[in-house]
Design a protein around this ligand. Sequence first.
Ligand code: SAM
Length: 282
Amino acid sequence: MLSYRHAFHAGNHADVLKHLIQIELLNYLGQKDKPYWYIDTHAGAGAYSLVEGYATKNAEFESGIARLWQRDDLPEAVANYVEVVKRMNADGELKFYPGSPWCAAGVMPQSDKLRLFELHPSDAKLLQENFADAGRRVQIQQANGFEGIKAILPPPPRRALVLIDPPYEDKRDYQHVVTALKESLKRFATGVYAVWYPCLQRAEMKEMIPALKKLPAKSWLRAELHVQGPSADGFGMHGSGMFILNAPWTLPQTLKETLPYLARHLAQDDKASFILESGGDL
Ligand code: SAM
């Protein structure tokens, strides 16, 4: 079942949270003068048009990146993220949105490598096209990312961010995430792992969080942005979260300064809120 196309959602509130945290994690890894890899198990197409095609259908970016784009009071982490989006839109108009691979390529040193998995044939092809000039720095596999990471962990530099961002259309994805992390931690215990998930009134989602907290990592951090209160009928996504294993010690403070701002400016009703909690040695 591969019906999900990320282009419909490009630049929405969930992408804002995910890409902002992704960029913070990569910038932190980049502070040390030592190589690292970026591994994306569910990479999508890499970059999206906001002025034609799928993204224009529901224009989800209008209540996401578009609300931040022109502001001049951005907290530092939001400004770092908006800067990456601005680089893709050099003429000052918001026409394109960078997916996670593009965000990564934009902030990583040229010498550091990207390993990208994308299963959908159309998105894998677009991803190849979007990185056609990247040479050996970027390796793309049209393959199941949950399986594919087994072969590349631990990465040769022994430092990496692994982003796990499945569509969750198949409810088995919740279990696949936990299993993939268990296996990955055995191979590469010191890696930084970031999982994106939707906030839904769904049992599988509610069971995933305690399972993630029990994983044998040094630390965990959970950041959720709820742009509205849960819907009365229990359907629909009222927000999204990022669960990070082995996050840098600076991230909780950064998110303390960032999440209230995002909840205020990306709110879709008066119940917008956030959750920030951590455990282990964070
Ligand atoms: N990470 C991207 C970003 O932030 O720009 C968005 C990814 S989107 C949420 C999920 C992607 O995973 C879709 O493009 C989908 O085709 C792909 N996909 C679904 N199952 C997969 C699997 N088992 N392995 C790799 N990719 C998969």
